[in-house]
Write a protein that binds this ligand. Structure first.
Ligand code: PLP
Length: 427
């Protein structure tokens, strides 16, 4: 560990002391790394030769030897340089003498962290001033209830366009708080497409039209967005699994929400971007923790927020900006997805992706094996090659490769090479 952290600083020699309790305290910003000890002990000298400071490392495409390629749908892989930066700041954040986990959420240190996270996210997504950005808890699932509670009254109509099981769950939760209607569902076809927007029969006066922008389990992604037919209605999107994977015109939406644990951070943070004029009409029964207006008025600091998670999201946002912003990120995601989908489509049916080509997700790639009896072997051999979490969701089976922003191209290339080799041996 010490060597790994040190390897990302300038060349120097480390002084290490053995500790009685095996606690290694790193001070990565100093020229000397000291492992403290209660009593004098033997000194070891280790030299490190890497020369690039962590924050200036090229993003995403690096992968150290001891990391695996993690294709999990979430919590998911995080950028290696972000993890290393967090590691280097863990013990003593910016010379404050504390870790982020120990700071008062009202202190100047944490305020600077959350303010920068918000500013960077605003820059990434070009979020206008008339939208509030909230860092909340409870995951995207909590928003399934918070949405109707904040945006409508019990007798109000709202519409749900269901392209997978997350949209379905959101609809079911809304039934407790208003009068939602499913205006289209892909369930009968096993969720392989998005409908044409022209034929949608939206409810008159619907307060909002809800979509799940990327259905994580089925791999169906909206490439364009429907408009609510009622002039006062707004579009609401669950962007949990494609948040910050590409530019999005925020002004098309009344509200966007996303659990962080796929593309932008650890679990425990849910980001809500909401047009300010929609705030302040929550149903009377709305718990204070679900009231967006309260959180907006308090800059997400009404109560103790998930501080460390927000800090991690902030590091990811900074990293995405350094990569050139979401246009650049999208290009990388398109390339990664293209080589994987091509491998599937060119396998002569050995592998198959059921999703209609025009709406295939850039983030979650589900595929089946023609010989389904080989699935267990596929997963076993992939794990041996340091590629894990490729099993499809328990509700659909098959395989699923989640290739979020932080999955390096090298991970996708290794998967594709493995798939071709596996096919050659088992076709
Ligand atoms: C699209 C989508 N929406 C909602 C959720 C639920 O998120 P959470 O577990 O943060 O409540 C998930 C989780 O995987 C998801 O993929």
């Amino acid at each position: 560990m010490a060597a790994a952290a040190a390897a990302s600083t300038t060349p120097h020699s480390l002084l290490l002391q053995k500790t009685t309790h095996n606690h290694a305290f790193l001070k990565p910003n100093s020229a000397t790394f000291t492992l403290t000890n209660q009593r004098p002990a033997k000194r070891l000298s280790i030299s490190c030769s890497a020369t690039i400071p962590i924050q200036d490392r090229p993003s995403v495409q690096t992968q150290s030897q001891d990391r695996i390629f993690n294709f999990a749908a979430g919590p998911a892989t995080l950028p290696e340089n972000v993890l290393l930066k967090a590691q280097s700041e863990l013990y003593n954040w910016h010379g404050s003498g504390m870790s982020v986990m120990e700071m008062s959420h009202r202190g100047k240190e944490f305020r600077s962290i959350i303010e920068k996270a918000e500013a960077d996210l605003r820059a990434l997504l070009n979020i206008p001033e008339n939208y509030a950005v909230l860092f909340l808890q409870g995951g995207a699932t909590t928003q399934f209830a918070a949405l109707p509670l904040n945006l409508c009254q019990p007798d109000d109509s709202v519409d749900y366009l269901v392209t997978g099981s997350w949209g379905d769950k959101a609809f079911k939760e809304a039934q407790k708080y208003c009068k939602p209607k499913v205006i289209w569902s892909g369930k009968a076809e096993n969720y392989v497409r998005v409908p044409s927007f022209d034929g949608l029969e939206q409810s008159p006066n619907a307060k909002y039209l809800h979509i799940c922008a990327n259905e994580t389990i089925y791999g169906v992604e909206f490439k364009d967005y429907p408009m609510p037919s009622d002039p006062n209605g707004v579009l609401v999107a669950d962007m949990s699994s494609n948040f910050c994977s590409k530019p999005v015109d925020v002004t098309k939406f009344g509200l966007i929400y996303a659990g962080a644990q796929k593309n932008v951070g650890p679990s425990g943070v849910c980001i809500v971007i909401v047009r300010k004029d929609l705030l302040g009409n929550a149903q009377g029964v709305t718990p204070v923790m679900l009231d967006y207006k309260i959180h907006a008025e308090n800059n997400s600091l009404y109560n103790t927020p998930p501080c460390f998670g927000i800090y991690m999201c902030g590091l990811v946002f900074e990293d995405l900006l350094k990569q050139g912003g979401l246009e650049e990120v999208e290009k990388k995601n398109q390339k990664k997805a293209a080589i994987l989908y091509n491998a599937i489509d060119e396998s002569k049916g050995f592998y198959r992706c059921p999703v209609e080509k025009s709406v295939r997700s850039l983030m979650n790639v589900p595929f089946t094996l023609e010989k389904s009896e080989l699935e267990a072997e596929f997963l076993k051999e992939a794990a041996k090659e340091k590629m894990v979490q490729l099993k499809g969701h328990r509700s659909v089976g098959g395989m699923r490769a989640s290739i979020y922003n932080a999955m390096p191209m090298a991970g996708v290339e290794r998967l594709v090479a493995f798939m071709k080799d596996f096919q050659a041996r088992h076709a």
